[in-house]
Design a protein around this ligand. Sequence first.
Ligand code: COI
Length: 367
Amino acid sequence: MNNMTISSNTNVTALLKEYALPSPLGFGRELAPIMYRADYMDGAWKQGQLIPFGEVGINPAATCVQFGQQCFEGMKAYKVAQSSPALFRPEMNFARLRKSAARLCMPAPLSGIFVDAVKQLTRTLEPFIPSESGQSLYLRPTLLGLDPTFAVKGSERYCFLLIASPSDAYYTAPIKVMVEREHSRAAKGGTGSEKVGGNYAGSLQATERSIAAGFDQPIWLDAATSKNIEELSGMNFMAVINGALHTPALSGTILSGVTRSSLFEIARSIGMDVVERTMPIDELLTDIRTGACTELFACGTAAIISPISEIGDTETRQALPDVDNVARQLKTILLDIQEGRGEDTFDWMADTRDTDTLIKRLNGAPA
Ligand code: COI
């Protein structure tokens, strides 16, 4: 705990006695008063523990600060109709964290530490997990390189933090997306398919431009040709075309979303075809004009499903004929599973009480 500026003696239980959820919650605004920290040093992960939430004393020359040697995940603990907090496909987040960490030469936390973090934090925060539909305890597993150096190299010390936010869904209304033709989010061989902070920092200027033009956020095209749709800054993209669900194929530059792949299975279960392919933006805009494409939406852990009401740029914009039609159907099935109202036909949910099963699931996840 050598990097903590807050006292590690501060009593976690006492902190929670004082704690109350604000209303409204919003997304990611309210940060839970406790978090979990584990440290990696001398070539090994040390057991972590719950500590008060607060600023961590990061050296200004640390590799996470200077070179962006950091990655994170977004996952949720649900307690709506469940008797104890449940996680949605946590092995997928763990596998992606390992992939992101490997890409940046960082040691990922061991499955036992990841499970200990999620279990301890969700169980301790259980009374503060909001229970209305759409709400959850949003969890941010975060991995940081700590060594101070101005030389471009990895650290030998890392910390794994699990921080939490009792949250609503990210967006409450349909969004308008602007086709981004100036910047790119990711190029082949880069870090677009990993969940690293730099991907998001690089999206901020285009987001500002899109908002100034009357949209909510950009939709990214591929860096090589600027012709094919990739994803939104924090969500995957989907279109309903002639009744089928179309989405950009994973090309190495797109994040492999947990919600994305879950929606494929849900769509197929209700008889929809799922088409993963190269999606030229010009073709999509024509499909909207001719009526072949009836609906667009974005999806992700934070957003769940976010209907898109308009797509365009500074010159032209097109409204979608259907907003939140198929999206709502898919979201209802997904939320019924996540929130414990519906049968978990895909075996996606994991009880946070069941450590052995959690570890088995995480260890079974592809590297
Ligand atoms: C998530 O959906 O969990 C994300 O991490 C995307 C964004 C909010 C950064």
